[in-house]
Write a protein that binds this ligand. Sequence first.
Ligand code: AMP
Length: 213
Amino acid sequence: GSGKGTQSSRIQKKFNISVISSGDILRQNIARGTKIGKIAAREIERGAYVSDEIMIELVTKELQNKQQNWLLDGFPRTIAQAIALDDRLAMTDRALNLVINLHVPEEVILQRIMDRWVHVPSGRVYNLSYNPPKINGLDDITGEKLTKRSDDNPETFKIRLQKHRSLTEPLLEYYAKRNILITFHGRTSDEIYPQIERELLRRFGAGNLGIDD
Ligand code: AMP
């Protein structure tokens, strides 16, 4: 609910970077009715995390043959996932070079998830307040039906927040120690995105990000 999906897709549009979103992978599994999808549906609905074992398997599989620059959206969310990711990357002499933490006030996030509608097959996200679909309830590109995420309600939000505090926030220290953590503050994605873009360009340079100077 911090807007990481929105930031990821803007980064993807601007730079030559592919995005792997753990939440989208789970929602696609749910839509296809796979075994993992059935497990994930249960966990997501009650605001819990899907097991580290499943998440590590799903995400590292996607990373296996990636040649391009990539960005992980929503993974890792626990220390165990972070360690597994580091280990897998080390096997091919790779390592994370930046971790982005989005800091958005809680009341803003709650309003945002109440307004959020998604097109599951593509992962496109709409917001009734500032990014509504052209036709109410339908995806702009395919015209297919939009749905509400099963976890976008105030009760589940409370539990998700607790999980975030206890399981995900310890990652901040884990990555701060390695000097690869950067935190951006803001109330809207429009406020935060320019800061991210500037920082990516400063750190990596336009050429490495696949765009002209
Ligand atoms: P997201 O779209 O990133 O907000 O993810 C939606 C839900 O999927 C989360 O609230 C979790 O239940 C589950 N999920 C996504 N990524 C992970 C992860 N890395 N570890 C555990 N559960 C995850």
